[in-house]
Unconditional design. Sequence first.
Length: 580
Amino acid sequence: MPSISTIVGDRLRAAIVAAFGADHGGADPQIGPSKNPKFGDYQANVAMGLGKRLNRNPREVAQAIIEDLDVKDVCRSVEIAGPGFINLHLEDAFLAERLAAAGADARLGVDGADPAQTVVVDYSSPNVAKEMHVGHLRSTVIGDCIARVLGFLGHRVIRQNHLGDWGTQFGMLIQMMLDGDVDDDTREDGDLNARYKVAQERFESDPDFATGAREAVVKLQGGDERVRGYWQKLVKQSKGRFEGIYARLGVLLTHEDFKGESEYNDALPGVIEHLQDMGLLETSDGARVVYPKGFTDRDGNPQAMIVQKSDGGYLYATTDLAAAQYRIGERGADRLVYVTGAPQRHHFAMAFQVIREAGWAGDDVRLEFVPFGTILGKDGKPFKTRAGETVRLLDLLDEAEQRAVAVIDKKNPDLSESDRHQIAHRIGIGAVKYADLCNDRIKDYVFDWDRMLAFEGNTAPYLQNAYVRIRSIFRKGEVDEGRIPQQIAAFSEPAERVLALRLVQFPTVVAAVADSLEPHRLCTYLYELATAYHQFYEKCPVLNATSAELRGGRLHLCDMTGRTLRTGLDLLGIEVVEKM
């Protein structure tokens, strides 16, 4: 079902052609919901750009477009505002019709992607033999939301958890195991960070241990059975920990999505050979490097990406190239999405250029780096424990649920024990995820328990409470959801119309998130929808409406709001609750 923006956009293009000729018909109107209701329901920005091309006043251009614009079945009025914006006020009948069409659709009017693509989303990517910490939260929840949105649109999404499961750090841990300092069974309840810290201290203080650790790395890379066995135990233990956290967070990643650095090890010589064959490989101080076009150092000299060290060892850049080659060549990816911290921006920019120069990705393959900022404490510094340690993600999730229990007990002390814990889990985990996703991902944000668990403001509990209100109305009125009228005859109150406008914007928002890979856009929309619903709830009686027709129309609005909130929150990876 085409969105309102699409319908209006097509009419505007036709008007541009009529007013200025086919040569100017390629102008692409930027159309979106108005930020302020007094400026209409939708606003189009096309006259400024077109006016510049035509060397004419934008308001005159806008007036000429309006004179040829046929939207009488869509808009009750069209007007020019400011330097040349075109404001559109929708007909009530058209708005009600669009709402009814979305209500009759299980996908709420969201069209599937055409054509559907194969998209690889690389996210989370923790290091084996270490605990996941708060720094892994952003990649995990942002990447999962992106995977959900793209999957909802019908794309074939391949989730890839690029584990750090290979490299010199394993030599230290394996040497401890060879020395008998760690149980062979690598206990499931063991503290991975503490074990790693001991290994690192021994590596720095004991020359014999350091020598053994380096030899263990050589043995690992050479396929020594005993060393490989210890390494496999470390990997297995870590994967089990990761899966437990993913289950708690409710993300889509499973063991089938794990594909660590080690799995590309055999492909690395082939990467070097291919770069050599393409004439891209050079030698610098004994190392083998590529100089991607467009990259220079501070002195203006070509900047190198090292792909093989002078001792023959490979780097994670080499692995990233091998992974891209596999994802495009073997998995048929049309789009590669990498969700990782902003400091990696330069690395991926260079890698993308090398991938294209090597011929692994043509112009039809989309390569995207999805950066994010840092989680800060209230002191404005990276979020730490009081002791100054990095916060373990498992501890953070435990605290989220504990704090949610206290909030729920205060709000509804009569809940059963099973309801209490289920609701606290959904509220607590949802609050943590939403607090991350609702911020522009490129920016840092302050981690604040009180704010994220509040039932007011742009928070998950606020959205979940809107859904709870809807479910409460249906229970109280013993409403048969299968018999709710899927239409509204007329808008009797402004709050009804505002809510309807928000509801029909859902398809446009989902499409925007899929293109921009910015989950905060969906959060902002859901917050505005929940706010519109809370205002509707206060001003428009539903079960006690003055007529059966009015009651049916308002139940329709409640039903659509509930379905949209549930779907939208699910795309964020957040569960709703039926009561709280």
